[in-house]
Design a protein around this ligand. Structure first.
Ligand SMILES: Cc1cc2nc3c(=O)[nH]c(=O)nc-3n(C[C@H](O)[C@H](O)[C@H](O)COP(=O)(O)O)c2cc1C
Length: 201
């Protein structure tokens, strides 16, 4: 049996991503839970920002941003960045975050976040009181001690320990345990039912 919650902006879990904006000299940072991959070739992600965010102002000014995945232990700093505006505070200084240079954009990446994505704005879309920003991914960084080799397959999620967020419920979680590999676990059902197609397809 189920109960209805009505139409709500609720989806979980999602990353509690720290979006950095601005420049090395004057960087800003804010948590953004409304983030997702939108295309692969070239790789594109999108974030959605309320029109009033200072972060949006800076992204529009510099046409660049970075997405930084914090470790679970940084949830207090992440939350602080979400209840404080860069219009009034230097959140990098308040949280003792270190702004370091990426490769492709002038907006910094965050040293204390083990996984970082550099983006250049390619498009924006008005969604009522939010603006969805589409960013082409120009470079991705991961801490060397969280990866075995140079392939994404070598990323050790347990070591990255990414902070997870549940919208609407408004709770921070850590990731839990690995269950299996994608494009592989489903083979167990395929092996049982066979790979033949349904009639007429
Ligand atoms: C966990 C968390 C996730 C958030 N996700 C978003 C989001 O996806 N989009 C958004 O516009 N604001 C989001 N916010 C709110 C902004 O982070 C918050 O308003 C922040 O203070 C904006 O900072 P700024 O004024 O320096 O841009 C979130 C806040 C928290 C705590």
């Amino acid at each position: 049996m189920k109960t209805r919650l009505g139409p709500k902006e609720i989806l979980f879990p999602v990353p509690a991503a720290l979006v950095a904006s601005g420049t090395m000299e004057r960087p800003n940072v804010a948590p953004v839970a409304w983030v997702g991959m939108m295309g692969s070739s070239p790789p594109v992600l999108a974030i959605s920002l309320k029109k009033t965010r200072y972060t949006l102002e800076l992204i529009r000014e510099y046409r660049q941003f970075t997405v930084n995945i914090p470790p679970a232990e940084k949830f207090v700093e992440v939350d602080y960045c979400g209840i404080t505006s860069g219009r009034h505070r230097d959140k990098f200084a308040d949280c003792a975050f270190t702004a370091i240079r990426g490769e492709k954009v002038q907006t910094p990446i965050i040293e204390e976040c083990p996984f970082n994505i550099e983006c250049a704005v390619i498009r924006e879309l008005e969604v009522n009181d939010h603006i969805a920003i589409f960013g082409e991914i120009l470079e991705v960084h991961v801490d060397v001690d969280k990866i075995d080799g140079t392939s994404p397959k070598g990323i050790d999620i347990g070591k990255i320990d990414p902070l997870v967020y549940c919208t609407a419920i408004r709770e921070y979680w850590s990731i839990g345990k690995k269950l299996g590999d994608s494009f592989d676990a489903g083979r167990r059902i395929r092996d049982r039912v066979g790979s033949g197609r349904r009639p007429g397809s």
